[in-house]
Design a protein around this ligand. Structure first.
Ligand SMILES: *Cc1c(COP(=O)(O)O)cnc(C)c1O
Length: 820
């Protein structure tokens, strides 16, 4: 028998956290693991040695945490996410181990520069945007609040593409984050599972018994585990991020099946490796290709097999699965896990259908991230049937059960029944992943109060009526370690100086800063920190782009995925209007402003890519016009990622959160800015609504239509043309762009983009323009009263504590997972 733990064998003495011993460890790693002499070691070698030495210290805590969970028989949380946008890990690990002083002393002794080597660590971009970053913040917070958890995802060889800007256009290049290896991970060659696709299902009838279904797959491959330990604040606990990589079945085994077909074996191996090669670069849009569906099943199946194996090994059988296991679906991407669980319970573990369904629903929970109807995942039935013949049978069987029960309900109309079905029968028949995730879960949560209410009224209207107890809200959060303490050491030092250390363990303790908001000497110090952060960003931009920006101007920043609903276009059009105004009224006292943009567009998203080109075209014209020199500047910073966000956010005066109301589920960028003392200009959308409740409306600049007004306008046949003609500033700015003022080389470049605003303006750019422009002048007025500005900025930092992902995770653990 394999023993999971042997309490008679104690863990080794933990590695020392003392600076001298750390220096000795780093040196030892350099020599014996990297295999380099100090006289030839390159910065990359030192980075590897440092990571390995730090990883040892993390591993000590990891062993301890794992033992503790096992011995206490605690419930484990499994967070399934197709994306984990974790960024760099070294600074996070050092900070959470509280080894900053030790590492600085150790590296000083070794004559190695920490900043230099830390900057070489690749930014692990295994995600597109907010959804993936949320998963990363949640991993850190689960460790911090001591929830035993595993994150499960895919180890993409190529993460999100690297963006370059060439002549103003986005160019996508492969991001090879594993080029120098990944010293953080442990390759678990022993933790492999077989993953199957295609083929057929045999039915085995034995007299008197339920028939058995045996899946005879056409394709077989292996999932291999790679583990990265994730350390919580003050090393309270270390959890596991387990990422799966696809591989061909061991050739020796394959030979047995393929009767020595070596070419066949080779093809299989390429096919397997292709599966986990790339992350789909679409954000808030389903990728729709077969490979994506295969990825979804691949990692769901591997994770479930792993979960059931671990549970059986510890508890003997599966009868107490829902008491000891909580499985969370981060969006519908892993929704097929619900069906895979049914298959494993019924076909492999011999559990009856009704009992298996009951166990599944008690175990699963699902987070919805978008209401955009075009973003709800569905798959054609024939494709699903071809890849997963057994799962398709189970879907029909589950659907029959669900529809039968639904029909028994009072007032169940045919339309309501059609809406809750797992299969969309209108037109080409499609499997609805949202309905599978909803019906297979005991909890369905939205990510902000507004989004959750809209979920009940729109996408899940009928499902909510049948299961009114299932939908609940869990407003998103961000980890204050990465997004305050590590990215803004100056502000952190100042806060500690004034209110002490408590906020480091309980972010809501930042409230104590409120008492200093009116204190002029504190205001000066707060302002000085912002100035330093702005100078740091200016220098970076000078080095990277050769553009000079003045740290005394307002830094007005919009960084996020480029998407029409996020309305970078509204921001650019306002910049053009402001440019006109400054030139027409040079005598006025304009507030100097730098508008900074960064963000990637999905490679197939034509308008989003055109918006990037427009930002760059407008920047070129404005930045070279002496008439606005020192007053207005536009900068587009290429290759937005976690590390870029970490330098830009602490330097922001103004945070642009201007999505069309009702379309941004939560936003988390909004939270990162506000906690770092930026004022928000924003719509009443997503978590902005709750931020206003916490921060106070007087400390933000809210403008524009509400979600209800947007819906009403759309329903009433909204006429943008009329509105545009009524606004002189807007019509001038739109004509300038569409007539080629910013694109002499191709005057018609923006005709269609701007034409869309005249024609339908789905994202209400015209409807919100005047309110937005007025709000920007209100920002200028506040800026001119520096005391007023600083008071508001301080109140933002003081009142954002609730938006910590620790709070969010405590709510999940208590209300959804039963794990605290
Ligand atoms: C926080 C974050 C996001 C999400 O930003 P939103 O403004 O909420 O869309 C996206 N990408 C990165 C790198 C982030 O850090």
């Amino acid at each position: 028998m394999n023993k999971v733990t042997n309490p008679d064998l104690p863990l080794p003495t933990p590695r020392s956290h003392d600076a001298d011993e750390l220096a000795a460890s780093i040196l030892e790693k350099l020599i014996y693991q990297v295999g380099k002499d100090t006289i030839v070691a390159k910065p990359h070698d030192w980075l590897r040695a440092v990571i390995l030495a730090i990883r040892d210290r993390v591993t000590d805590k990891w062993m301890e945490s794992t033992r503790k969970t096992y011995e206490a028989g605690s419930k484990r949380v499994y967070y399934l996410s197709l994306e984990f946008l974790i960024g760099r890990l070294l600074r996070d690990a050092i900070s959470n181990l509280e080894m900053i002083d030790a590492i600085n002393k150790a590296l000083a002794k070794l004559d190695v520069n920490l900043v230099e080597i830390a900057g070489l660590e690749p930014d692990a971009a295994l995600g597109n945007g907010g959804l993936g970053r949320l998963a990363a913040c949640f991993m850190e917070s689960m460790a911090t609040v001591d929830v035993p958890a595993y994150g499960y995802g895919i180890r993409y060889v190529n993460g999100l593409f690297r963006q370059e800007i060439a002549d103003g256009w986005q160019v996508e290049l492969p991001e090879n984050w594993l080029a120098h290896g990944n010293p953080w991970e442990f390759h678990r060659r022993e933790s492999t599972y077989e993953i199957n696709f295609g083929g057929k299902v045999d039915i085995i009838e034995e007299g008197g018994k339920e028939p058995r279904y045996v899946w005879k797959p056409a394709e077989r491959m292996m999932a291999e585990a790679y583990d990265t330990p994730v350390v919580g604040w003050r090393a309270k606990r270390v959890n596991t991020l387990r990422l799966w990589s696809a591989d061909a079945i061991d050739p020796i085994l394959l030979d047995k099946f393929n009767a020595g077909d070596h070419i066949g074996a080779l093809q299989e191996s390429t096919k397997a490796e292709t599966l986990t090669r790339v992350l789909y670069p679409a954000d808030a849009n389903p990728a729709g290709q077969e490979l994506r569906l295969r990825q979804e099943y691949f990692f769901s199946s591997a994770s479930l097999q792993d979960i059931l194996r671990r549970h059986k090994q510890q508890f003997g059988d599966l009868s107490n699965l829902p008491e000891k296991v909580a499985i969370h679906l981060n969006d519908t991407h892993p929704a097929i896990a619900v069906i895979e669980m049914m298959r494993l319970l019924i076909d492999i573990h011999d559990i009856a259908f009704d009992e298996a369904w009951d166990m599944t629903v008690k175990t699963f929970a699902y987070t919805n991230h978008t209401l955009l109807p075009e973003a709800l995942e569905t798959w054609p039935v024939p494709l699903f049937e071809r890849l997963f013949p057994r799962h398709m049978q189970l879907i029909y069987q589950i659907n029959a059960k669900i529809l039968l029960e639904a029909r028994k309900q009072k007032g169940a109309t045919d339309e309501a029944i059609r809406q809750i079905s797992l299969i969309d029968e209108g037109g080409e028949r499609r499997v609805r992943m949202g309905n599978i995730a909803f019906l297979g879960s005991h909890s369905i949560n939205g990510v902000s109060a507004l989004h959750t209410e809209l979920m009940k009224e729109t996408v899940f209207y009928n499902l909510h009526r049948i299961h009114p107890d299932r939908i609940n809200n869990k407003t998103n959060g961000i980890t204050p370690r990465r997004w305050l303490k590590e990215c803004n050491p100056g502000l952190t030092r100042l806060i500690r100086d004034v209110i002490g250390d408590e906020f480091l363990d309980d972010t809501e303790k930042l409230k104590a800063l409120d008492a200093f908001a009116e204190d002029s000497s504190f205001q000066e110090r707060f302002d000085a920190v912002k100035r330093e952060n702005k100078a740091r960003l200016s220098n970076l931009i000078g080095e990277r782009l050769g553009t000079r920006i003045d740290p005394s101007a307002i830094f007005d920043i919009q960084i996020k995925r480029i998407h029409e609903y996020k309305r970078q276009l509204l921001n650019i059009i306002e910049a053009v209007a402001l440019y006109d105004q400054i030139r027409s009224h040079p005598e006025m006292d304009w507030v100097p402003r730098v508008k900074l943009f960064a963000g990637k567009a999905a490679p197939s998203y034509h308008n989003a890519k055109l918006i990037i080109k427009l930002a760059n075209d407008v920047a070129r014209v404005i930045n070279s016009d002496p008439a606005v020199r020192g007053l207005l500047k536009i900068v587009f910073i290429p290759n937005y990622n976690v590390s870029t966000a970490e330098v830009m956010i602490p330097a922001a005066d103004l945070s642009e959160q201007i999505s069309t109301a009702g379309m941004e589920a939560s936003g988390t960028g909004n939270m990162k800015f506000a906690i770092n003392g930026a004022l928000t200009i924003g719509t009443l959308d997503g978590a902005n609504v709750e931020m206003r409740d916490w921060i106070g409306a007087e400390n933000m600049v809210i403008f524009g239509m509400t979600a209800e007004e947007v819906e009403a306008a759309r329903a009433d046949g909204y006429n943008p043309r009329e509105l545009i003609e009524g606004s002189k500033e807007l019509s001038q700015a739109l004509s300038a762009i569409s007539s080629g003022v910013f694109s002499h080389d191709d005057p018609g470049r923006y005709a269609d983009l701007i034409g869309g605003i005249y024609d339908h303006d789905w994202f209400m750019v015209a409807a919100d323009f005047d309110a937005y422009a007025a709000a920007q002048r209100q920002v200028d007025a506040i800026w001119n009263d520096r005391t007023a500005w600083n008071v508001k900025a301080i109140r933002n930092t003081a009142r954002m504590g609730w938006f910590s992902s620790d709070r969010a995770i405590r709510e999940y653990a208590r209300d959804i997972w039963g794990a605290l």
